[in-house]
Design a binder for this molecule. Structure first.
Ligand SMILES: *[C@@H]1O[C@H](CO)[C@@H](O)[C@H](O)[C@H]1NC(C)=O
Ligand SMILES: *[C@@H]1O[C@H](CO)[C@@H](O)[C@H](O)[C@H]1NC(C)=O
Ligand SMILES: *[C@@H]1O[C@H](CO)[C@@H](O)[C@H](O)[C@H]1NC(C)=O
Ligand SMILES: *[C@@H]1O[C@H](CO)[C@@H](O)[C@H](O)[C@H]1NC(C)=O
Ligand SMILES: *[C@@H]1O[C@H](CO)[C@@H](O)[C@H](O)[C@H]1NC(C)=O
Length: 356
């Protein structure tokens, strides 16, 4: 294995232009509107290794899966998504494949096309295979609404419309429907809000997830739903357990917090704590939870920073870096998100290639 690694580093570069483009795949009768692979560096052939002892068949680690939920085509939101996606691609696992799943409604799909074009993603080469798939969720929005309303109505008689429980966009619930769209091969999925950036290698998180393989989901102490990893085959159970939980009481305990997707996860955490895994604090660097000076200096209190979550712009049409001053005020922590904000896509592409 060690030898293998060493050799890989010295293998000649295979050239940079293989593109495997896929179009119009149909899975589970959901049309995948745009889908393509970033070509990976071939691990076999192109190299005379006849003088080496025969290799054992390689045992592949399972791929990582990351999901985003996009609703509407608000440009500020898309700018954020672009930054989050860049941080995911640049921190792709070193020894696993990566699939990025984008759950998008019709407007978001149109905006996505422009993004694919602008970023030239189909021309990237990466160390391992990276697949990006978008799913058109439009035809299932009514079904989603029905699941959502049936969950809230028995507990909150005041809830009459989706509007009251969705911050004006259903997109916030897409994470809880990932199992309707992702392929059955996706065992676990990391869901990220668009105002999260990844700082360290995703493989690290996957080891943690696989160490607790059966829990419903993994999240941080702050119980923030903007960054959580779910077991895809058990997402329906999250809904079922939430429906059975005393939701109104749990909400009151949380100082009458909002009725939203996060409350569903909180309810499961409260009633079935053994089904939830808590990630280390470096996986929960959410501004609204960690801004206070009792957490300074961040690099000492949280020496293992995995992500940064900005979470402060509410419904602003502008991206977080233009609608709040958090980045300026915390230049040595959340301010570091600027790296991904400013990194041009051409440089990002070169970075990925440099990791072959
Ligand atoms: C990544 O996927 C490709 C295509 O399915 C496969 O050939 C390769 O072995 C996978 N790599 C890893 C590290 O699993
Ligand atoms: C991408 O954008 C360029 C310039 O805006 C345009 O000429 C080209 O046709 C677009 N390509 C696709 C595939 O949309
Ligand atoms: C998405 O699905 C909706 C409803 O099925 C359809 O009307 C729309 O054309 C689709 N959008 C794209 C971009 O394929
Ligand atoms: C969430 O679960 C953890 C245990 O995993 C527990 O320590 C924490 O108190 C729980 N929070 C709530 C609100 O139930
Ligand atoms: C938005 O933020 C970017 C990056 O920090 C900056 O270059 C730009 O001037 C800002 N635009 C507005 C309208 O504030």
């Amino acid at each position: 294995m060690t030898m293998n690694r060493l050799l890989n580093r010295h293998r000649p570069s295979p050239g940079y232009a293989f593109v495997k483009a896929l179009t119009a795949i149909v899975i589970l009768s959901v049309v995948i509107q745009g889908s393509f692979y970033l070509s990976s560096f071939s691990q076999t052939g192109r190299f005379d290794d006849s003088f080496l002892p025969p290799e054992k068949p390689e045992e592949h680690l399972k791929p990582s899966h990351v999901a985003f939920g996009l609703s509407g085509n608000n440009p500020g939101f898309f700018d954020e998504f672009e930054v989050a996606l860049k941080s995911v691609l640049l921190n792709a696992p070193l020894d696993r494949n990566l699939s990025v799943h984008i759950l998008a409604d019709n407007d978001a799909l149109t905006a996505l096309n422009d993004l694919y074009n602008k970023t030239d993603l189909a021309k990237w080469v990466s160390r391992n295979q990276i697949q990006i798939q978008s799913y058109n969720v439009s035809s299932r929005l009514k079904d989603m609404e029905s699941v959502i309303m049936h969950t809230w109505e028995p507990h909150f008689p005041e809830v009459k419309t989706l509007w009251q429980v969705s911050f004006h966009t259903m997109g916030t619930y897409f994470r809880l429907f990932a199992h309707w769209f992702l392929p059955a091969t996706a065992e676990y999925v990391l869901y990220m809000d668009t105002d999260v950036t990844i700082l360290a290698n995703l493989g690290e998180l996957w080891q943690m997830i696989e160490a607790k393989p059966d829990v419903l989901f993994h999240w941080g102490r702050g119980m923030c739903a903007g960054f959580l990893a779910m077991k895809v085959s058990r997402i329906d159970e999250i809904w079922a357990l939430a429906r059975k939980a005393p939701l109104a009481e749990i909400r009151k305990k949380g100082r009458n917090r909002g009725i939203d997707d996060q409350l569903i996860f909180i309810a499961v955490n409260e009633t079935h704590p053994n089904e939830v895994n808590r990630l280390p604090d470096g996986y929960d660097l959410t501004h609204s939870l960690k801004w206070h000076s009792s957490n300074y200096p961040y690099h000492e209190v949280y020496p293992e920073a995995f992500m940064l979550h900005h979470n402060a712009n509410g419904n602003s049409p502008l991206p977080y870096w233009n609608s709040s001053r958090i980045i300026q005020q915390h230049h040595d922590s959340w301010g570091l998100m600027e790296y991904y904000i400013h990194l041009p896509w051409t440089w990002a592409r070169f970075f990925a290639r440099s990791q072959l």
